[in-house]
Design a protein around this ligand. Structure first.
Ligand SMILES: O=C(O)c1ccccc1NCC(=O)[C@H](O)[C@H](O)COP(=O)(O)O
Length: 406
């Protein structure tokens, strides 16, 4: 079925496939999917009666000449704008009440003549990112939302329907937590998640001669229990997807803001995904953890401070918690953060819930490993200190003070 729906400047193709639902910006897409029940979230198909109307209105001239419909479309468009804006405000308000300072999207002023519960919000907020994490998150939203990056964007190339179909033939996931536990039992040292990353916002280029598969193989040879692969291209210069590796269990290290990314990661061979508590609300974490479970994925839920730790420990179904020693807003790294967050009370909850805690970032020497192990971690996630070694396999031996591959 061909045609267009014209909502003022917004042109929606009505060819019945998710690839073709192409609003001019992410806000209208979000609003249309949420506010028109006729556009199903799963198939993104458009109700035939809307299509019929759309075909009558397949040019902007038609919108202006058929006035009753154009009036109602304009009203609908205004209502959508308001709902969309209110939903964004509500999301920010819930996130802020949970101590989340990362704003999901640039703040926008209320729609014209807006009167409502959020009337006085977002008037004086800066609409440039306040820190690097916020910048990454804002860009991620654009990257996955079919906007601005022609010719075909991520969601457009791989709509949810197609991802779900691809999963029918995907190989089963490997047991990420099982691999960490086994390594801990075998060596008596924290299980290693060795990170494949070329660059980072805080360190710039970490390794020039970066051949991901070679590094991954060296990690496995050196005794890594699991791999972590940074897949962000813009900020971490990733040039591989998880699919390139079928070695030990794999964490897809992405900045997840949309459940679609979880499905995508699964089709790309991930066994685990990262959920950042400083970005996602409690409800989002619960929802995404559920999705992970249905897909056989492990969720590594990352925290940085006490408040995030307590939020996450209070949620059901959490099995793996990462304490990042790096403040992703300021880049400051302090491994005593792991000890600070693992006080007696929290360690008791962790033990009761049988959660594995991962110490992340800033680990360079055997004393660093001993320090976080004594604090209570049973796994560590290490990037820089291994990636920059000529022989990353030997780097693992140096980091642990002994060969952990045997
Ligand atoms: O590392 C960064 O600069 C950074 C900036 C913004 C968001 C995330 C960032 N890093 C992710 C990580 O925390 C690390 O890749 C990971 O924990 C390994 O850390 P390290 O061993 O210190 O390389």
């Amino acid at each position: 079925m061909e045609g267009v729906v014209s909502l003022k400047g917004t042109i929606l193709s009505t060819r019945v496939s998710s690839q073709s639902l192409k609003p001019s910006n992410w806000k209208s897409q979000f609003a249309i999917r949420r506010s028109f029940p006729c556009v199903s979230m799963d198939s993104h198909e458009i109700n035939p009666s809307i299509c019929a109307r759309a075909q009558k209105l397949d040019s902007r001239d038609a919108v202006t000449t058929v006035s009753p419909i154009s009036d109602s479309l304009e009203q609908a468009e205004q209502a959508l704008k308001i709902k969309d804006w209110e939903a964004a405000m509500l999301h920010e308000e819930i996130a802020a009440s949970q101590g989340i300072t990362i704003r999901r999207r640039p703040p926008t002023a209320p729609p014209l003549n807006y009167v409502g519960p959020f009337e006085f919000h977002a008037r004086n907020e800066p609409n440039t990112p306040r820190n690097i994490l916020e910048e990454i998150i804002w860009y991620k939203d654009i990257e996955i939302s079919e906007v601005h990056l022609p010719p075909l964007l991520l969601k457009e190339r791989s709509p949810l329907d197609a991802l779900k179909k691809a999963l029918d033939s995907a190989p089963p996931t490997r047991d990420f937590i099982g691999a960490l536990r086994a390594a801990y039992q075998r060596t008596g040292l924290p299980g290693l998640i060795a990170e494949v990353k070329k660059a980072s916002p805080s360190r710039g280029i970490i390794r020039e001669d970066f051949i991901p598969i070679e590094i991954a193989k060296a990690y496995e040879k050196g005794g890594a229990a699991c791999l972590s692969v940074l897949t962000d291209k813009k900020y971490f210069k990733a040039n591989s997807s998880c699919t390139d590796f079928r070695l030990c269990p794999l964490l897809c290290k992405e900045f997840i803001v949309d459940a679609w990314q979880i499905y995508y990661a699964r089709t790309k061979g991930a066994d685990a995904v990262l959920l950042i508590a400083g970005v996602l609300s409690d409800l989002e974490i619960r929802y995404m953890v559920e999705i992970c479970k249905t897909l056989g994925l492990t969720a590594l839920v990352e925290v940085h401070d006490e408040r995030e730790m307590d939020r996450v420990l209070g949620l059901e179904g959490i099995e793996l918690v990462g304490i990042n020693n790096r403040n992703l807003e300021t880049f400051k790294v302090d491994i005593s953060n792991t000890r600070k967050l693992l006080d007696v009370r929290r360690l008791e909850i962790i033990r009761e819930k049988d959660i594995i805690v991962v110490g992340e970032s800033g680990l360079f020497t055997p004393p660093d490993i001993s320090y976080v192990q004594e604090a209570g971690v049973k796994a560590v996630l290490v990037g820089e200190s291994l990636v920059k070694e000529n022989d990353p396999s030997q780097g693992i031996t140096n980091l642990f003070g002994r060969d952990i591959s045997v």
